[in-house]
Ligand binder design. Structure first.
Ligand SMILES: NC(=O)c1ccc[n+]([C@@H]2O[C@H](COP(=O)([O-])OP(=O)(O)OC[C@H]3O[C@@H](n4cnc5c(N)ncnc54)[C@H](OP(=O)(O)O)[C@@H]3O)[C@@H](O)[C@H]2O)c1
Length: 231
């Protein structure tokens, strides 16, 4: 697949999607914030423009319109809305596009604890996405362990983003996008089935944040520099 032109961050009015959209707008990417409400999306885009400056190429649209206008779709919505939103979006997903899923199936979605994950029949939220998108659309799991607090703060985000996908080209694009966030190193985490582990680590990080009052992330040690290089 070719390098995507526009990034639609669906659910980008929430802290995780807003933080990613902010960082990519700062890096000069074309970003569209998606929301169930166009006005909420436009307000979020305006806030990012105020932070980044007039050079930011960012707009806000209702999710379906944002999806139809972009080649790279990033899902940052709570798990309770995940399957329904994907079913709505399916007809608008353009051939040749790809999906990056940052969704974590936290038990909080069904009234449980944010320090636990739900069992997802397909294995993970990202694998559920792979089942719900049109045939041939690659799905990548990434950013589950990159916390919103750090994305929305000033300064570098000191963490590794582990990227899992069954499509090497899509994984490469997602890793390139991750490294546009200052401080982030991106690493190929293998097949999409490993998304289950990424999603569970988030629940652990939330527990650490509560216990130790911080904003934790992960860094992998002991790998050669080549592990972080894009092909
Ligand atoms: N927060 C973090 O630090 C963090 C870190 C890593 C991963 N994540 C994961 O990233 C996702 C987003 O996190 P978040 O904290 O930004 O979540 P959030 O604030 O709860 O939700 C993000 C946005 O999703 C939309 N939304 C809410 N309920 C929805 C539904 N039922 N159907 C469709 N859209 C809905 C809302 O936008 P509109 O009302 O404007 O449509 C909301 O602003 C979650 O799956 C979370 O587990 C979060």
């Amino acid at each position: 697949m070719s390098t995507p032109q526009a990034i639609a961050v669906l659910g980008g009015t929430g802290p995780e999607g807003f933080g990613l959209a902010l960082r990519w707008a700062q890096a000069g990417e074309i970003v569209i914030i998606g929301s169930r409400d166009a006005k909420r999306a436009q307000d979020a885009a305006e806030k990012i423009k105020q932070r980044v400056g007039a050079s930011a190429v960012i707009s806000g649209e209702e999710n379906l319109i944002a999806c139809a206008a972009a080649e790279l779709l990033v899902l940052t919505i709570p798990f309770e809305g995940h399957a329904d939103l994907l079913k709505q979006l399916k007809p608008a997903i353009r051939p040749g596009s790809m999906v990056i899923d940052a969704t974590v199936p936290l038990a909080a979605s069904v009234g449980g604890r944010a320090t636990r994950t739900l069992g997802v029949w397909q294995g993970s939220a990202a694998q559920q996405t792979a089942e719900l998108v049109p045939k041939g659309i690659p799905v990548v799991a990434a950013f589950q362990n990159a916390g919103a607090e750090l994305l929305n703060a000033e300064g570098p985000v000191e963490c590794d983003v582990i990227v899992c996908s069954d499509d090497p080209g899509a994984s490469q694009i997602a890793r390139a996008l991750a490294t546009k966030i200052p401080g982030v190193r991106a690493i190929d985490g293998g097949k999409l089935e490993n998304a289950r582990i990424l999603e569970q680590i988030t629940a652990l990080l939330i527990g650490l944040n509560i216990r130790h009052k911080g904003h934790s992330g992960i860094r992998i040690t002991g790998l050669p520099d080549a592990a972080y290089k894009l092909a």
